[in-house]
Design a protein around this ligand. Structure first.
Ligand code: FES
Length: 127
């Protein structure tokens, strides 16, 4: 095998592995961007429902979902007092629309898109 032939072959092999690496990296990013799938139970209470990393607000027949992470420093939000969500870490408060109404948080909660499973009709979000 000539030196030239050797480098041509090595280049092809190297290129092939780069393509494979790109495919696997793209697949990995795709999986990560989808996030964790959380199924919303049917028997929700009126008002706030804390479901792991998700808050679902039910007002009559309307559902709105938020990521249950405080926009100040990211503490898990898991309680409400009356019609306000209260952060246990530094006391930020959010209203029923997810808007910050008391600091230190200034940003609204991250709203999540509610999907419907075509077969089971279950509602779910990605967080
Ligand atoms: Fe919620 Fe600081 S993390 S108020």
């Amino acid at each position: 095998m000539t030196r030239r032939k050797f480098f041509e072959t090595a280049n092809k092999i190297f290129g092939f592995f780069l393509i494979l690496l790109g495919v696997f990296t793209a697949e990995d990013k795709k999986k990560k961007s989808a996030g964790e799938k959380i199924i919303i139970p049917e028997n929700l209470n009126e008002g706030f429902n804390f479901i792991g990393n998700v808050i679902v607000v039910k007002q009559s027949k309307t559902l709105v979902a938020f990521e249950a992470r405080c926009t100040h420093l990211g503490c898990l939000l898991n309680r409400n007092t009356g019609n306000k969500i209260v952060c246990n870490c530094h006391g930020s408060e959010y209203n029923i629309n997810g808007e910050a109404i008391k600091g230190p948080a200034v940003k609204s909660l991250n709203k999540l898109v509610i999907h419907t499973d075509k077969k089971s009709k279950n509602l779910y979000v990605y967080v």
